[in-house]
Design a protein around this ligand. Structure first.
Ligand code: SF4
Length: 426
């Protein structure tokens, strides 16, 4: 009789910001051979783990010893006058702390992947505040759930089932039956098809639609006829739903935050949610975070430097200015002269001019995956994958820290270890 393969229960997945911690994985040697409760996004990612064997360290594409790669990284960072440390959303808390320590030692700028997705939402939150909660509260209390500029069935496939729509909770025991689901977006998505109400928003008119909705909720606009950005009748129907429920939540995605007026759109949404509270109603707002631990990156930077992203440590104290110190501007303006990339999953989102600059300057990449990049890095380290062969902590999209366990034997060092060793050699 064949011995049965080990099964690991309650594994946390970091493939998206939901960080579902109820997966059941069967492990055969170095690989994950079967999964339970993994969504279509997680399943191929989990099964691909440890499928590619790459060198632990490379210099200009040549496999080298870790020692040699560490020495070269330290040399090129020592020679740099204005280095950038960027990424962090695929790291554990320990990796993120080590990246901040390295940036501090170098007097570098440190920025996270928030800069290429929810930066306008962070700015809006800092300007007008945000009423928010945990996903546990959503699961137990929310009667009306709105997704604005987000297609969760595609980007966060288990969000509905675990937290927001089908999950049964204390005050919504029948799950989906007890909830009214709204999707507001510029295109009809899979989530819109599954919702009770779809509010089509005209492209680039999120602000107008939210403003009209807010006016209807406050009674400042007695008739829906004056609304722009979306159909007045639908806005009036939505306003009525928002006012009548006892507890609701609006999740908003990068679809709302994108574009030159992204922060203004998010401000309009956050103000609406704040005003909905009172008269026996409780309303919350929450960002749909995409990358696995981008909330952890915001959190670690905020607790260590006082600011969540785009922080300049060159003067020995932190300075925050997203317009000046975000990865996009720094690379496009060709200001930085070396770059440490901790994770490369968002490099495809950078504009061509930024990638061109990365081709010109020395780069050190630390990445759990064997990803192709648009430029050849000077030094590349292959590092462990959080929650697969590396334990630690990741933050869920609502800011709740979730412990990660290693389910496979480690083949590579952690990014925290590599970053600390570079720092020691400076
Ligand atoms: S919803 Fe996200 S965290 Fe949950 S299993 Fe799917 S990819 Fe993983």
């Amino acid at each position: 009789m064949q011995p049965s393969l080990p099964v690991v229960e309650n594994v946390a997945c970091t493939a998206c910001g939901c960080v579902c911690d109820d997966l059941r994985l069967t492990v055969g040697g170095w690989r994950i051979v079967a999964t339970e409760r993994a969504c279509p996004l997680a399943e191929p990612w989990l099964r691909a783990q440890h499928s590619a064997e790459g060198a632990a360290a490379e210099i200009e594409g040549r496999p080298v010893s870790a020692d040699e790669a560490l020495a070269r990284s330290a040399d090129l960072l020592r020679e740099s006058c204005y280095p950038l440390v960027y990424g962090l959303s695929q790291s554990t808390t320990a990796g993120q702390q080590a990246a901040v320590a390295l940036a501090e030692r170098l007097g570098a700028i440190i920025d996270t992947t928030a800069s290429v997705c929810h930066a306008p939402s962070v700015l809006a939150q800092q300007q007008v505040g945000q009423v928010t909660c945990t996903l546990g509260e959503v699961r137990n209390r929310a009667e009306v759930v709105v997704f604005w500029g987000s297609d969760p069935l595609l980007t966060h496939p288990r969000h509905w089932e675990r937290y927001s729509v089908s999950a049964s909770g204390r005050f919504v025991p029948r799950g989906r039956v007890d909830r009214f689901v709204v999707v507001a977006d510029t295109t009809r998505t899979a989530s819109a098809d599954a919702a009770d109400l779809f509010l089509p928003v005209e492209p680039d008119r999120h602000f107008e639609a939210l403003h009209g909705l807010h006016a209807l909720v406050r009674g400042a606009l007695p008739e829906a006829g004056g609304c722009v950005g979306a159909a007045g009748t639908l806005l009036a129907e939505l306003a009525r739903r928002l006012q009548q429920c006892r507890c609701g939540v609006i999740f908003f995605g990068v679809g709302l935050a994108r574009g030159a007026a992204g922060h203004v759109n998010v401000q309009a949404l956050l103000r609406l949610v704040t005003d909905l509270n009172g008269n026996g109603r409780r309303w919350d707002a929450m960002r749909m975070r995409v990358q696995g631990n981008v909330v952890g990156a915001d959190t670690v930077l905020a607790w260590q430097t006082g600011y969540p992203f785009a922080v300049n440590l060159a003067r020995g104290y932190p300075r925050y200015n997203p317009n000046e110190f975000s990865v996009l501007g720094l690379l496009e303006r060709q200001e930085v002269d070396a770059c440490v990339l901790v994770g490369t999953e968002t490099l495809d989102w950078l504009p061509q001019a930024a990638l061109e600059h990365l081709r010109r300057i020395p780069t050190v990449i630390l990445d759990p995956a064997e990803r192709q990049t648009a430029f050849s890095p000077t030094v590349r380290f292959r590092v462990g994958t959080p929650g697969i062969d590396l334990s630690g902590t990741a933050y869920r999209m609502d800011g709740v820290p979730i412990p990660l366990r290693a389910v496979l034997p480690a083949r590579y060092s952690s990014d925290a270890e590599i970053l600390r060793q570079i720092e020691r050699r400076l």
